[in-house]
Every structure is written in C-alpha cells, then in structure tokens.
Design a protein around this ligand. Structure first.
Ligand code: SF4
Length: 233
C-alpha cells in the first residue's frame, strides 16, 4: 500500500500480490504421451514434488495455466492437442518437455510425427533432453515463473529459441529402407537379428554381431571418420 497525502494508492502492491499469486499457482495440464510422461509423473511425485511450487496438476484444460507437452505428438493427435490448448483460459503458457516435443527427435522424419510442437503451439519454455529429468522440468518451470513475472511487470522478454538438434540426431543411425546409403546386406542382418530372438540359444545377437557379415556391416556403418588413426612415420 502506497500512502500519499489524502490518497492511498494500492495498485502497485496489489499488482505485486497478484503476480506472486499468479507465479505460485501455475496449474499444469499434462499432455503426456510417451516416455517423457513418466519423468513428468516422477516430477510430480514426492521426491521432487512440483506441488511445492504451487504447480498443481489438473485433468481439465479449463482449470489450467500451463500445458506441459511431454512426448511424441503425432499428426493425428495434433488437432486434439490444439483443441485442448484452445480450451485453456488466458493467460496461458506452454512448455515443450523433451526432444520429441521439441523437434520430433528420432521420429522427425516419420510421416505421422509432428516435427516439433512449436509448429502449431506457441512454446514459451523448451526443456531439452531425452528424457529431461524431473529437476530439469523444475528448472523450466522456474524459467517460466521468471517470464510470467516479467510479462506482468510489462518487461520485454525474448522468446526462447528452439535448442539446436545434435548432428547425430538429424538422421537415423541406421539408414532406412529407400535410403541410397543403406547397405544391401543390412536387411539380411536385421532379419538374422530378428530371427535370433525366437531361436533362443541357437543364434543370439552377440553371434550375429560377431559374424563376418555383422563385422563388415558395423565397419561400413561406422564410416571412415571412426577408423583408428594410423601412427605417423
Ligand atoms: S524425448 Fe526421449 S524420453 Fe522423451 S518421449 Fe521422446 S524418446 Fe521418449
């Protein structure tokens, strides 16, 4: 409460109180679809206990301020996610948790997977990892709290940028069907490996890897850059 002669001005204090209340009651709508969802559950459980930040998890979008998308989102699922997002009241915030939500990760090139939820949702905070651990999610929430505080104070905050995808994730480690770089023996080796699962002790994966074909293929997939350097002289 600010006091002036003949006038009490309470706007600033009330605003601070509202900001404090807002920041410490970010109710989460969990859009958990796959393995990252398990880490989300761990974050809400007793050890990390997100509830101590006031971030209660609710099962309906109409009561929530923050949507946490944790896991892979398919093209078929995306309109439903958007509809749930639209049902959340303003102001609302979005956290992309894990590489799949951020970029599609390993599945980015699959026709049915959305290559990052920021293609259809306004993401405020990115929490990278595969999966991010509960503490990283908590750190993401702290960043969101800081953003909420700044926005309510009328300060400008740059949008978080999508974290870069590591080079080794930009293409699958094993070339897919139709990829010209796919060695022709690969299908044979994969068939052998799959068969080994049902043949038990007759042929196991170690034997497949140790076979002449397996060794040749491993060397070929490793590429020249992984070959040991020859000693000089
Ligand atoms: S980022 Fe990793 S842990 Fe998370 S949903 Fe994708 S594959 Fe699973």
């Amino acid at each position: 409460m600010e006091r002036m002669p003949g006038l009490d001005v309470a706007t600033t204090s009330v605003d601070k109180l509202l900001t404090w209340g807002f920041n410490n009651s970010l109710w989460i709508f969990p859009m958990a679809t796959s393995c990252c969802g398990i880490e989300f559950m761990a974050a809400a459980a007793s050890r990390v206990d997100l509830d101590r930040m006031g971030t209660i998890v609710r099962g309906t979008p109409r009561q929530c301020d923050v949507m946490v998308v944790a896991g892979t989102i398919t093209v078929k699922m995306a309109p439903r996610v958007k509809k749930l997002w639209d049902q959340m009241p303003e102001p609302k915030w979005c956290i992309a948790m894990g590489s799949c939500a951020i970029s599609g990760d390993f599945y980015r090139d699959i026709y049915s997977v959305v290559p990052g939820i920021d293609t259809f949702l306004p993401v405020d905070v990115y929490v990278p990892g595969c999966p991010p651990n509960p503490e990283e999610l908590m750190h993401g929430l702290l960043r969101l709290q800081e953003k909420v505080r700044a926005v309510r104070a009328g300060e400008w905050r740059e949008r978080e940028v999508r974290p870069p995808t590591p080079e080794h994730l930009r293409k699958p480690s094993i070339p897919r069907m139709g990829d010209p770089s796919r060695p022709p023996e690969l299908s044979e080796l994969q068939t052998l490996s799959a068969g080994s699962l049902s043949r038990g002790a007759d042929l196991n994966l170690v034997q497949v890897r140790e076979s002449k074909l397996g060794k040749e293929l491993a060397a070929r997939l490793a590429g020249p850059e992984d070959e040991p350097e020859k000693e000089a002289g």
